[in-house]
Ligand binder design. Structure first.
Ligand SMILES: Cc1cc2nc3c(=O)[nH]c(=O)nc-3n(C[C@H](O)[C@H](O)[C@H](O)COP(=O)(O)O)c2cc1C
Length: 314
């Protein structure tokens, strides 16, 4: 059996499949269920300073099997309440990564410090939500802000810090370089791709917030391109996210440069059983390829390709 274990910036994962933030991570019990189903680790919902109700419905539009357009508005119970959920998941032995969002470096650093105290293995910074005013991608599409936020968090906590980046920018690699310069241990890419759905009968956007973020199989090529471009510019590990629902998708991300991957929309489509299936299928796929360790394949497609793949198509 191929070895799927991953060292992600010093965090030992039993396999590369992490639960992506915001899907199935609302409670300790749900995180526990994902761990029991075989995930390599679970990432919490993004947690902020205060409880947030999120936007009114409708907040999600489903495109058959292609994915979701969502604008949830970062609903979460706030940093006072959420640690007890982490305790439940950790009590079941789960490897938990905490996710935080904020308006500025101080807020990120405060939240990171408080989440670090819960015993999480690493922290992911949501610098990339595409539909929250003054938060997420609004701060995270500026390399200077990414650097400042990452530096503030890295100074405050002793845990590996993962900067989650937005694809809604012309140069995601510049964001990754800024995170690396600030001392981030890893970057994850991508959060959702900005999108809009219109209800032609009502003559208005389908989601209450208007703009949303697209996820699922439709965005896999975007995620792959982002990981590819980042791999060419930074040495810290990359976590690939976006449209992963089959072992083959994960393998493509690894070949593009990802060391681990996150799974979101596929969990909503299929349930937590997706994690066991992905690990089994990836192991069989590697056996069939005669590859004994997944980590040997990280970035391998760069070595096989000429320079052409790095240039954008006309
Ligand atoms: C309903 C929903 C809620 C999400 N909430 C968060 C969140 O709170 N924090 C975050 O960093 N990403 C959030 N995301 C983005 C996912 O973590 C992931 O980056 C994105 O969906 C792409 O992966 P996927 O195609 O596997 O879903 C959310 C995505 C969806 C669909």
């Amino acid at each position: 059996m191929a070895d799927l274990r991953v060292d992600l910036a010093g965090v030992a994962l039993r396999n590369p499949f992490l639960l992506a933030s915001g899907i199935w991570g609302e409670s300790g019990e749900s995180l526990k269920g994902v761990w029991a189903a075989g995930a390599g680790g679970v990432i919490t919902k993004s947690i902020g300073r205060e409880p947030r109700a999120g936007y009114p419905n409708p907040t999600v539009e489903s495109y058959d099997r292609w994915g979701f357009l969502n604008a949830m508005g970062l609903p979460n119970p706030g940093i006072e309440e959420y640690p007890q959920e982490i305790a439940i998941a950790r009590g079941a032995g789960a490897l938990v990564v905490g996710s935080v969002f904020g308006h500025d470096a101080d807020e990120f650093a405060d939240l990171a410090e408080r989440l670090a105290a819960t015993g999480v293995a690493a922290l992911e910074l949501n610098l990339s939500c595409p539909h929250a005013e003054g938060l997420g991608a609004e701060v995270g599409s500026d390399p200077g802000a990414v650097e400042e936020i990452c530096r503030a968090v890295v100074r405050r906590v002793r845990l590996p810090v993962i900067a989650k980046l937005t694809p809604n920018t012309h140069d995601i690699a510049a964001l990754a370089v800024a995170a690396e310069r600030a001392g981030a241990a890893a970057v994850s890419a991508i959060n959702t791709v900005r999108g809009l759905s219109i209800d032609a009968t009502l003559r208005r956007p389908t989601l209450s917030h208007g703009l949303g973020g697209l996820s699922g199989p439709a965005i896999k090529p975007v995620g792959l391109a982002c990981v590819w471009q980042i791999y060419e510019k930074v040495r810290i590990p990359i976590v690939g996210v976006g449209g992963i629902g089959r072992a083959e998708d994960a393998l493509e991300y690894v070949l593009a440069g990802a060391r681990a991957v996150e799974v979101g929309t596929a969990v909503a489509f299929e349930g937590v059983g997706v994690f066991g299936r992905l690990a089994r299928d990836l192991s069989s796929r590697l056996d069939a390829l005669g590859v004994s360790r997944l980590s040997d394949l990280v970035g391998a497609a760069h070595r096989e390709s000429g320079a052409g793949a790095t240039a954008a198509a006309p």
